[in-house]
Design a protein. Structure first.
Length: 153
């Protein structure tokens, strides 16, 4: 019973925050998804690349997106036609039936960015099983991380 009440409370808070956000009202509630700039700002100021940009971290910025939005279908125990497992950095780099989804230094050319963006080169936009697609900020975070070399950081 306590679990059900907790879930109902969490849902009520989430709906209230979404409603406030949609109406343009100011809210003290944290936003659910960070833009790439916000994600970069959350990293330490010493985490800068050679050009002075904040470094996007795989473990802090990228994997949380993949874990929440991609793993429901791309886990090792899931049956997915692409044979792409996204449970770890090494799994992502290994790729699946269509090759590696990442081309370090080339975010826009990387299949993972293309597949989560509107009008992918083949098939449907990911994630397919939910109506909620990645936000522009989440896609930018993936793209920036890959542009920065797709490092395991």
């Amino acid at each position: 019973m306590k679990f059900a009440v907790s879930i109902m409370f969490i849902l009520a808070v989430a709906v209230a925050g979404f409603t406030l956000q949609q109406s343009g009202a100011k809210s003290k509630m944290p936003k659910m998804a960070l833009t790439a700039t916000q994600a970069a700002e959350k990293t330490k100021s010493s985490d800068k690349n050679d050009s002075g940009e904040a470094t996007i971290s795989f473990s802090k910025n990228v994997f949380p997106i993949i874990k929440r939005r991609c793993l429901p279908c791309h886990a090792s125990d899931s049956d997915n036609r692409s044979e792409l497992v996204l449970e770890s950095y090494n799994d992502i780099i290994a790729g699946g039936k269509h090759g590696t989804p990442i081309i370090p230094g080339k975010g826009s050319e990387s299949l993972i960015v293309q597949k989560v963006s509107p009008n992918p080169p083949f098939g449907r936009q990911m994630p397919v099983m939910t109506r909620i697609k990645l936000t522009d900020g989440q896609i930018d975070t993936l793209r920036m991380w890959i542009d920065q070399g797709a490092k395991k950081n």
